[in-house]
Structures are given as C-alpha cells and as structure tokens.
Design a protein around this ligand. Sequence first.
Ligand code: PMP
Length: 395
Amino acid sequence: MSLLEKLDTAAAARKAQLPDGLGAFGIPIEETYSATEARIGGRRVLMLGTNNYLGLSFTPECRQAAHQAIDQEGTGTTGSRMANGNYSGHRALEKEFAEFYQCRACIVFTTGYQANLGTISGLVGAGDVVLIDGDAHASIYDGCILSGADIIRFRHNDMADLEKRLRRLGERSRNTLIIVEGIYSMLGDQAPLAEIVKLKNAYHSTLLLDEAHSLGVLGATGQGLVEKTGLIKEVDFITGTFSKSLCGIGGFCVSNHPQLDQLRYVSHPYIFTASPSPATIASTRAALKLLRDGQLLRERLWRNAQHLYASLKEMGYQVGPEPGPIVAVMLDSPQQALALWNGLMGDDIYVNLVLPPAAPDGKSLVRCSINAAHSLEQIDRVCETFSRLYASLER
Ligand code: PMP
C-alpha cells in the first residue's frame, strides 16, 4: 500500500466509526467575544471546552503587555534561543518562573509540548529508563521516544504497579525518570504525589511532574500540585505550559538542580526551533503575576467546577474520579458521546469530544473545562441542558 493509500484507508475507517462526527474536530471559531463566549456556525456559543482556567485571555494587563512588546520588539524573534532569539524578555521570564517556584534554574521553551520533549530527551537517553503513567499526555510519550530510553508504563495512578516495576528494575531504578502529571488531562484526576515521592526516594529514581493543567489551579499561589501537597522540594523537575491558565503559548521547566542549564546545549527541541514571540513572552509575564495573586480566581474556578461536577453526578452521568476544572463525562460508545456533543451544540454549548484512541482505556468522553470567568448562571444553563439530554441518550 502506498503512503497516500494508507492515509485514505485511515480516513475511511474514521468516517465509518462516526459518519457525522468529524465536524466536532477542529470546528472553526469565527469570532471570540470573551473568555467564555465565541461565535461558531453564526451563533453565540458558551465555551465550556477551553483550557483558559483562570479566564485571563482578555485581561487588559496581558493585552497591553503584548501590544507594547510587538511595538518595541516586532512580531517574531526569527531565531533560536541559541542564536539571535534570546531576548531579555525570555531571560526575565525564566528568572520570574524560578522565583515563583523558589527553584534555582528555569528554561523557557517555545511550547508546552516542546518543554516535555526537550526536558525528557535532554535528561534520559539510550540505556536509561522512563517510567510513565498509563494516562500520560502525548508530549510525554513523544519525549520518551525521542530520548531513546526504555519506556515502561505503569497503570494510571496505581502505586502498587509503580512499585512492582521499580523493584523489577533492580539497580537500573537509579537511572530511571518517573513522569507523572499534576492533573490528568482526560479524566481531570490528580496524581498521588506523596506516595510517588516515597517510591522515587526508596528506589533512588528521579521525578518529573508536568503541571500543565494544575498550574494556576492548585495551591495557594497556583504553583500546582507541588504546592497543594507541600512537596516542591521532593520533585526534581517540573514542566508546564503557558497555553492554559496563562493564556499564551510556550512552556517551561524549573528545577533545583543547576544541571538543568546543561539542557540548553543538548536538547534539540530547545535549540532547533525559534524562540517564543515577544508578545507571548510579555503577556505571559503579566499573566504569571495575576496567576500568583489569583486566589479569588481560583475560588471562583473551584466553585464552578464543584457545582458542575456534583450536578452531573447527581443526574446520573458517569464523571471522572474527582472534581476539578476538567469534568469528564464518560459515555458507553462513540455514538452516544457524539449524540451528547450534538445535543449540547444544539443548545449553543461547546465542549470537547474525545474518542478512542485519544481517551484512556478506549473510553468516549465529553470533556468540559471550567474557568473562573464562567458565571453561576452560565453553569446552571449547562446543567439544565445536560439534564434534559440525559433521558434522550440511547443506552
Ligand atoms: N502536557 C499536558 C499534560 C498537556 O495536556 C498539554 C496540552 N494539552 C501539553 C503538555 C502541551 O502543552 P501545549 O499545548 O502548550 O504545547
């Protein structure tokens, strides 16, 4: 089969799985009105599927900072951090992230995806081991492949399985990088960090925590799961993204190990790509301040999340293991998930549709993401629609 025929076969299989489901993926957003509303298909739609957890996307401070950076430094850096793309803003943001986490070192990457790729492939290589959670994000998995290390998965959040695999590694556990996430992107649950730290210490391994979805969301100042659990000193490397709570694009790794800096000279996803634009760096710097001081935003976010989670559960929906800004509704089949997605869109509510193989264990999900800018009235409207649709779902 030729390369193009293989693509045709994959496209046909996709269509057969869900004949009218393809519209749900990559739907065009025609205009964005605010952190909670956009125009889709000519209609004003409530956005319940963005990663804009603190609702900061239209904040005047961030917009002004971005405008000013464009005016002063231009639209793009046109080069790598290793060459002509290392502006004072990139270095200032690294310093600010290091201060925020009270860590010695920080590297800023061009995306969150590249932060994982660059950190993992810089830390481990052939002969080393990566031990990753079964629900790990694709950027973690791809980073592991790029590194050439041996990849072992443990069952999602299953500490007995993690311990079994560490034990089996024998002396190799000392050359093992364990990788987990603060909040998992599909079901919205958190890693049992205290137990993971105990195991990593007992087996002399190294721990990387991806706080992509937990930054801004957990902890008094929004550091993430490390702050909520008080375990920041126990985690070797923290990665995260600017594209969720910080409403920009880019990523970072912070660490107390000064050796992190060496990654700048070996990590291809850091070296062989252009640095983030001045505008995104400037807006991220402004957003980081708002995030750190954003206790009220976090309170609103959690109020909204708990309200939606509890309401959906009460209606009879099968939801993820714990409340949080990602509320995943698990459906019996892709067809049922699509019917629910269509029903919500019919009521001008946008959520994410996640079908196998993207979701763990072959699940089909309708995934809601809550933010601090949603009003209680908006969440109530969502609940009413979910409630009406419950009875109509074919089982
Ligand atoms: N890590 C996790 C857990 C993610 O969910 C994502 C994005 N969905 C990333 C990393 C990558 O971040 P970005 O989209 O900013 O590249």
